[in-house]
Design a binder for this molecule. Structure first.
Ligand code: ADP
Ligand code: ZN
Length: 596
């Protein structure tokens, strides 16, 4: 997410300090050990035979026995030492010395101070190091060291002026802001403190932006986490993360916790017996516990976003939890224009470039798509060396977003270009013939993305209701490419596979969801529910009936428009891409104002 900055994790520094101190201590001990040894008088080691000979001569001042070590001080003061492991042998040698009247001194087996310290410290240090390493490995796997949440950078504030086209959601959040500004005053006035707000809607519609703006407007910290970050490799860690998140929030209160994609952790519980879903259940339970544990007026508001409110556990939406749902929809044309205005503030636009024109030509675009569109357009304008962003740049950016990038340098041979042109012309012919479809905006045989050619139909307005006729026309148009291949090329290409897939998908939904078939209004329910095979068979039948009828219709259109199609194909072979006016000209249709 933009505007986010990781807070330096405190835990890491503590670990480093401990680690460093232990290391320093070990170095000091080693140095002391070495120096200590150097300070001792030089001792020469001798073997047992030499020791025995020495004992026999009796030429020594004194003998010191310390465990297995026999140290002899010679008459000249030099020291020799021998290790005698065999007790009997040692006894013999010592007896020999005693016979020669050399004083023998037995040392109690008490280690020196240094040895004592090392004896105790070394294992302790080793244990500590192992424990530290183990903990770090565990932590790195379990994300213990990661920040619980990223906090908004106060330098980059977002206000409601940056969020456009979502006025309803904005006004619904105003009470929350009021609460965050002064939780106590809010309580005195008898308001029920908001705890959880669920923002639902398609991706890129500005849900994160709204939550962030609410926190900024209230002037409180914004803690943001992603629901999927609670999915941990180890059981129980997700729940622990939830606990830490809320502990931190309580310290920062008043503040906003934002949980992006809450569906990742808030799915209905008790689905499967596997351990992953059991762990998810545990994480979700912890979240519920934390939310119930808020004292009234604790000043923490949890905002969660999802594009699948239907799969959330119902416990999440009970009173006292996420009991307020705000739907954030795709913006309509006016909303899109406002969003474009927000993002165009940073850009230099050509005088002739009307944001309303862009808004009209971008139905179904989310706020994120629109931001992306302007960004792409600005990039192209810069690459062109233009002073400002103009219409062609926007057109190019929109084509890129809708159809993928042109693959320059990817050469089709003439036969392939011709086949592609015929296929696309089939789409165009059917698209122009049907009454309820979206107007054809552009056709091109420049390869883009995975497609060899593209026919672009854009709705002239935001379509809220899709009728049976509209859906049938869409299917016919999708099948127009294949119809042209069969009738005009006498072959079939694999390039139609995506068209067919989309057509069948629409037809199946018409049957199984919209009740638009002879089977009547049927509903299949959730995919995981058991379905009767007979019903599934009947749905497949009704689906292919729809497909076959529309395929026949597409073929009829293509058959009746052979001349126009040939004209269009010639134009495509010559110019690669034709716009709405050129298409109409090929088909002998008078030019009329087109939407975009
Ligand atoms: P969501 O959380 O709904 O998936 P985001 O809030 O993350 O969407 O939006 C992503 C980006 O798209 C934003 O940073 C912003 O640039 C742009 N955007 C989305 N919706 C809007 C809007 N309503 N107004 C202005 N910009 C928007
Ligand atoms: Zn096609």
């Amino acid at each position: 997410m933009p505007f986010s900055r990781s807070v330096p994790p405190k835990k890491k520094t503590t670990t480093l300090v401990i680690f460093g101190s232990v290391l320093a201590l070990l170095v000091v001990l080693a140095v002391v050990g070495i120096v200590g040894r150097q300070l001792q008088p030089a001792v020469r080691d001798i073997n047992f035979t030499q020791l025995r000979d020495l004992a026999a001569t009796g030429a020594a001042r004194s003998v010191n026995v310390s465990g297995e070590v026999v140290t002899v001080t010679g008459t000249d003061g030099t020291l020799v030492r021998s290790v005698v492991t065999n007790a009997v042998a040692q006894h013999e040698v010592v007896a020999a010395f005693e016979k020669g009247h050399v004083p023998v001194e037995y040392e109690t087996l008490q280690p020196g101070l240094l040895v004592t310290v090392l004896n105790y410290l070394l294992p302790a240090a080793a244990l500590l190091i192992f424990a530290l390493i183990g903990w770090r490995v565990y932590a790195s796997m379990g994300g213990q060291n990661e920040p619980v949440a990223s906090e908004a950078n106060p330098a980059q504030t977002v206000t409601f002026a940056d969020v456009a086209g979502v006025d309803e959601a904005r006004s619904e959040l105003s009470e929350t802001i009021e609460f965050l500004r002064d939780p106590e005053k809010f309580g005195r006035l008898g308001g029920r403190s908001p705890r959880g707000i669920l923002l639902s809607g398609p991706p890129g519609t500005g849900k994160t932006l709204l939550a962030r703006a609410a926190a900024c407007e209230a002037g409180v910290p914004f803690l943001s986490v992603s629901g999927s970050s609670f999915q941990e490799k180890f059981a129980g860690l997700g729940a622990a993360r939830v606990r830490r998140l809320f502990a931190r929030a309580r310290k920062l209160a008043p503040c906003v916790i934002f949980i992006d994609e809450i569906d990742a952790l808030g799915r209905k519980r008790g689905r499967g017996g596997d351990s992953a879903s059991a762990d998810q259940d545990q994480t979700l339970n912890q979240l519920l516990v934390e939310m119930d544990g808020f004292e009234q007026l604790s000043g923490v508001v949890v905002v969660a976003s999802t594009n699948r409110p239907d799969i959330l556990d119902s416990a999440l939406t009970r009173p006292g939890r996420f009991d307020r749902e705000i739907t954030v929809n795709l913006a309509d044309m006016r909303g899109r224009e406002q969003i474009l205005r927000v993002h165009a503030r940073k850009l230099k636009l050509e005088d002739g470039l009307d944001l309303g024109w862009i808004a009209r030509g971008t139905p179904g675009f989310s706020g994120a798509d629109l931001a992306n569109l302007l960004n792409e357009a600005a990039i192209v304008a810069t690459r062109d060396g233009s002073e400002a962003v103009g219409r062609p740049h926007v057109e190019y950016a929109r084509d890129k977003i809708l159809m993928g990038v042109e693959r320059h340098g990817f050469m089709m041979d003439e036969d392939e270009r011709y086949a592609t042109a015929v296929h696309e012309a089939g789409h165009v012919a059917v698209g122009l013939a049907v009454k309820h479809g979206d107007p054809i905006h552009k056709v091109s045989i420049l390869p883009r993305g995975r497609a060899l050619g593209v026919t672009q139909a854009l709705p002239e307005r935001d379509r809220l209701m899709r009728t049976r006729e509209y859906l049938e026309d869409q299917i016919a148009m999708l099948l127009g490419g294949r119809a042209a291949e069969v009738l005009l090329l006498d072959t079939m290409t694999a390039g139609a596979s995506n068209d067919i897939e989309r057509a069948v998908e629409i037809a199946r939904r018409m049957v199984a969801e919209f009740g638009m078939s002879p089977l009547g209004p049927i509903h299949l329910g959730k995919p995981e529910d058991p379905h009767s095979q007979t019903l599934l068979d009947r749905i497949e039948h009704a689906t292919s009936d729809i497909i076959n009828v529309q395929m026949k219709r597409a073929c009829e259109v293509v058959d009746s428009r052979r001349a126009e199609i040939a004209h269009l194909v010639a134009g495509l072979m010559e110019r690669d891409t034709l716009d709405a006016d050129e298409i109409r000209e090929s088909f002998g249709i008078a030019s009329e104002p087109v939407a975009a």
